[in-house]
Design a protein around this ligand. Sequence first.
Ligand code: AMP
Length: 282
Amino acid sequence: MQIFKEKALLTAYLKTIWDKNCAIGFVPTMGALHQGHLSLIKNSLDENDYNVVSIFVNPTQFNNIQDLEKYPRDLDADLEKIRTVCPNCIVFAPTVNDIYEGNTNSKSFNYDGIENEMEGKHRPGHFDGVGTIVKKLFEIIKPTNAYFGEKDFQQLQIVKKLVVKNNLKVNIVGCPIFREANGLAMSSRNERLSKKDREEAALIYKILLTTQEKFASRSAKEVGDWVKKTLEKHESITLEYFEIADETTLKTCIKRSKNKEYRAFIAVFIDNIRLIDNISLN
Ligand code: AMP
């Protein structure tokens, strides 16, 4: 495994690979790796000659300073996990200064309105931070394929828009959500949940599965009302939003159309820890 902490050293190494015209797969992460991240790396391994994994907790995408400070960081443990699935991986774990060069600010992006829905509404500036770091990383690594989880479905759509709007030459691959045995979507934030809260959090996926069933015969509003009522009975879980939205525009489904694909999205707090999940309704 090759580990780089500075972009200058990484690009000097990658130059020999770019010249060979090989396929480079790229998996951007913020570390605290789990099976979900490793599943992205496995997809990359299957489809590319070289594989780059980045580990970088990007400050510009956090709108809550405490969330940034509490974000779990353990580079050695992450490297060990990567080694188990990808012993030849190229790992990029830069410092904030190496990436932002003293200017830790986001650029402003237009994603045709996708940025104003759900996560965008509740985390102001988040997608400008995501666009800023993803564009920087794409420009440094110049990957052929880049892998993103459907766990952050809105982010996946944002990255696809970023690529089209900026004419970036990279193919974006969406990967399915990897779940714990009880159905809870794997997340680095799950580590901060108590054992009891982790069990309670399994309800999120159960609600999404029932949403899938109910949406076959009921309107988006009826399903949304049922979700709100169900969660009101669970004191430990606070609903931030539940939306049934068009998969492409991410606009709320008000009147269902046969030609559109829909997805249900949910964000909750459990003991001040924010969890998101989603499910396809088609
Ligand atoms: P993060 O480290 O949270 O920024 O996530 C890095 C990448 O891993 C993103 O593309 C996420 O969508 C993806 N990811 C995170 N959790 C999961 C999961 N449970 N299943 C699949 N992909 C995931």
